[in-house]
Design a protein around this ligand. Structure first.
Ligand code: NAD
Length: 303
């Protein structure tokens, strides 16, 4: 697919998700202006033939549409406010925020952009670095339908599905609900595969059955066969980012006054002392061996 845009394009945040997205836009014929705070990330983009600038303000001034792929809401907010204060005479951009962020922050950013004649969409993604490379991401978009239509050509290059979740902030609400479910599926899947194994059925054989029956989910159908059972643990989504997302789900529940006891229990496992470090791949949490090992240790202690 070729991208014909009547405005400039910039990408800020050239990490596991942002760099392949910038590459995808470039491959589709766009010439995005790219920025990352990290010189090494900028170097990698330059080595790929991407146009790089050395400040957020540069990316905001050069881009009619600015795509953000940043670690968290705080950094999104700081980046947007830095970009807007450095606009000078340039018009305010349309921002597509593909980071997993906070609905309230998205609403604040949208108000700031609106006031300057720009626009803001929260558009967190599902599909991971593999989806970013292949252009098969799912975008969950919050914001005005008219802004989404302007941005749709960009999103269609990068993703297979663009879902308009609702008003600004809705994309992040949907994403947080999605990732809390992913976090839950990981724990129940590893526990049930360990159960099968303990009862004499090899975990891989049990997984094959589940995936042809009613117990399966994307986690058991994609994540387990690709990254858990192969023990490659290299999906490109870190423990640190998943911990951020389960934390966001708990904060959102508190904000709206909803008790979510099961999700709290799941979050305890993801954040507990036994969980892998922030830099580890989040698929390590699916290892059935963790459950078997914990059970053996408990039995040995009580013997
Ligand atoms: P990453 O850590 O690989 O990349 C983030 C990039 O942002 C880094 O290159 C970092 O240097 C840059 N950065 C940090 N602060 C900056 C600043 N102030 N200005 C400019 N650049 C800055 O993270 P990622 O895995 O690419 O994830 C990006 C976002 O996408 C996160 O919000 C994450 O939750 C979300 N996400 C990630 C995945 C995944 O599988 N990796 C999947 C879905 C959603």
């Amino acid at each position: 697919m070729t991208l014909n845009l009547d405005r400039g394009l910039a990408v800020i945040g050239l990490g596991r998700m942002g760099l392949p997205m910038a590459r995808g836009l470039h491959a589709a014929g766009a010439d995005p202006l790219c920025f990352d705070i990290d010189a090494e990330a900028r170097g990698a983009a330059e080595a790929d033939g991407l146009r790089v600038c050395t400040s957020v303000a540069g990316a905001f001034r050069g881009g009619g549409i600015v795509l953000l792929s940043l670690p968290n809401a705080e950094i999104v907010e700081a980046t947007v406010s830095e970009g807007l204060s450095g606009l000078g005479d340039s018009p305010a951009p349309i921002i597509i925020d593909a980071s997993t962020s906070i609905a309230e922050v998205s609403r604040r950013m949208a108000a700031a952009l609106d006031a300057l004649g720009g626009a803001f969409l929260d558009a967190p993604v599902s599909g991971g670095p593999a989806g970013a490379v292949k252009g098969t991401l799912t975008f969950m978009v919050g914001g005005p339908a008219a802004t989404l239509e302007i941005c749709r050509p960009v999103l269609e290059i990068l993703g297979k599905k663009t879902l308009h979740a609702g008003e600004v902030g809705a994309g992040n609400i949907a994403k947080i609900a999605n990732n809390m479910m992913v976090a839950s599926h990981f724990l129940v899947a590893r526990e049930c595969l360990a159960l099968a194994q303990s009862a004499g059925l090899e975990a891989g054989a049990a997984l094959d059955v589940v995936n042809a029956a009613t117990g399966g989910s994307t986690v058991t159908q994609v994540h387990f066969p690709t990254w858990v059972m192969t023990r490659s643990f290299d999906s490109g989504f870190t423990m640190g980012l998943m911990r951020k997302d389960v934390g966001l789900a708990l904060s959102l529940a508190e904000e709206v006054g909803l008790d979510i006891p099961l999700s709290r229990l799941v979050a305890d496992h993801w954040t507990g002392p036994e969980a892998p470090a922030d830099a580890a791949d989040f698929t390590e949490m699916g290892d059935p061996e963790t459950v078997l090992h914990a059970s053996r240790t408990k039995k040995a202690r009580s013997a």
